[in-house]
Design a binder for this molecule. Structure first.
Ligand SMILES: [Fe+2]
Length: 371
C-alpha cells in the first residue's frame, strides 16, 4: 500500500500560476513527500513553502539536489568570480556550502560564517540604458533583468532553483513601470521576485509561431555574462538594446567551441508534457532555423525573441512573490523566467539564500522523450 504524503498543495488567490505547499519537513524529506513536492513543482512551475526559517544551507542544498540527484556543481560553476561578469556584484558564496549563495541588501555583521559583508540589491540603473529618475526612485521600479538561472556556457541549465527569504525588510510597496510605451504597470511589494510562466508564453503564440518555436534552436554567446557587460538592457528588462556594446571575443576568457550552448527554443515539462518557450533573452546570440540556416544579426535575433516573449510578461500574467520571513520558493527553472525588482536604501537589510545546480542533462526539446 502506498504511503500517503502529509503535504498539501493550495492555489494562491490572485496569482495566475504557482501554488503554496504546506506540511513539509524539508530538513528530512521522505521519498513520498518529495514525490508530492516534485509533482507540485512541475504542475504549478513555482511553489512557495512557508515557515522554513530553520532550514540549514545543507538542507537547502539537499532539497535542490533531489531534483537532479547526480549533480553537485553550482549552476554557474566558478564563473561568478569573473570581475567583469554582470553577476559578480550580486552573490556571496557560503563558505561551508558553496552551492548556496547569499543575496540581499545592506550591511550584515555575521551570517553563516560570512562576517562584515555588505549586500547590494541589484538596481536597474546599473543594467538598463534608461533609468527611473532619482527623484522617483523610492516609489517606482522596473524589472531588473528577466532571466533563466543558467551559466549558458559549458554547463547545462539547472532544473530547479530554491530561494529562501531569511530576512525581509518592512518597507512600502512600489509601482513597477515597463517604460516601453505600453503604459503597463504593476504594483509590487518592495523587492518582490516576479515570475512569468514560459508555458503560458508558448500557449499564447499563434500556430505559426508555435511551429517556428518548436523547430528553432537558440545559440548562446560564449561567456554570456561577461560578453553582455558592456551593453545595456531594454526598459522592460526583457533583453538588451543593440548598440554594438557587447565585449569583443578578444576581451573574453578563452572560448572553447565545444562549450558553446545550443538549446531548443521549447523545453518539455517531464511531468505534464507541456512546452515552455524558454530563452534567456539577454544571452541569446543566434537562432538556428529548421532548414539549418541561421539568423545571425543580433538586432534581428533580439527583435524575434522579444516579440515572442513580451506577451508572457503582461502584468496580469505574472506572479509577484510577496515575501515573508521563512518563505522558501522553488521554481521550475526550465519553465519560468524571473526578475528581481525594487530599490532599497543602502542600509535596509534584506537576506536571501539561493541554490541551484548545473543540470546533468540538457533540457528536453519538443520532440524529446521524457522519462
Ligand atoms: Fe535568478
Amino acid at each position: 500500500m502506498a504511503i500517503k504524503s502529509g503535504i498539501t498543495v493550495h492555489s494562491i488567490p490572485g496569482k495566475p500560476f504557482g501554488a503554496e505547499v504546506r506540511g513539509a519537513n524539508l530538513e528530512d524529506i521522505s521519498p513520498t513527500d518529495f514525490d508530492t513536492i516534485r509533482r507540485a513543482l512541475y504542475t504549478h512551475s513555482l511553489i512557495v513553502i512557508k515557515g522554513q526559517n530553520d532550514l540549514s544551507p545543507a538542507g537547502q542544498y539537499s532539497l535542490t539536489r533531489l531534483f537532479d540527484p547526480s549533480v553537485t556543481t553550482y549552476g554557474h560553476g566558478k564563473t561568478l568570480d569573473a570581475k567583469k561578469s554582470v553577476l559578480h556584484p550580486d552573490l556571496k558564496t557560503i563558505p561551508h556550502q558553496p552551492q548556496v549563495q547569499v543575496i540581499g541588501n545592506g550591511p550584515v555583521d555575521s551570517y553563516e560564517s560570512l562576517t562584515n559583508i555588505r549586500l547590494n540589491h541589484p538596481h536597474h540603473k546599473t543594467f538598463h540604458k534608461t533609468h527611473v529618475p532619482e527623484s522617483e526612485d523610492r516609489d517606482f521600479t522596473r524589472f531588473y533583468r528577466w532571466h533563466i538561472d543558467a551559466a549558458l556556457y559549458a554547463l547545462n541549465p539547472p532544473r530547479a532553483t530554491t530561494l529562501l527569504a531569511v530576512r525581509v525588510p518592512k518597507s512600502p510597496p512600489q509601482t513597477l513601470r515597463y517604460d516601453d510605451g505600453s503604459g503597463d504597470e504593476l504594483s509590487v511589494m518592495r523587492g518582490s521576485t516576479v515570475f512569468s510562466s514560459s508555458e503560458t508564453t508558448y500557449d499564447l503564440l499563434s500556430e505559426e509561431d508555435k511551429a517556428f518555436a518548436r523547430s528553432t534552436k537558440v545559440q548562446y554567446h560564449a561567456h554570456p555574462y561577461i560578453w553582455m557587460s558592456g551593453a545595456k538592457s531594454r526598459p522592460d528588462g526583457l533583453g538588451m538594446e543593440s548598440e554594438g556594446l557587447e565585449l569583443p571575443d578578444s576581451e573574453l576568457p578563452p572560448i572553447e567551441q565545444d562549450k558553446i550552448l545550443v538549446l531548443p527554443m521549447c523545453w518539455k515539462n517531464p511531468v505534464t508534457g507541456r512546452l515552455a518557450l524558454q530563452i534567456h533573452p539577454a544571452a541569446v546570440e543566434k537562432l538556428i532555423l529548421a532548414d539549418g540556416s541561421m539568423v545571425e544579426d543580433l538586432k534581428e535575433v533580439r527583435a524575434i525573441v522579444h516579440r515572442l516573449q513580451r506577451p508572457g510578461i503582461a502584468p496580469e500574467r505574472l506572479h509577484a512573490v510577496e515575501w515573508e520571513d521563512g518563505d522558501l520558493a522553488v521554481f521550475n527553472n526550465h519553465a519560468v523566467l524571473h526578475s528581481v525588482t525594487g530599490s532599497f536604501d543602502k542600509d535596509e537589510v534584506r537576506i536571501f539564500r539561493q541554490c541551484n545546480l548545473a543540470g546533468s542533462e540538457p533540457p528536453v526539446g519538443p520532440d524529446g522523450v521524457v522519462v
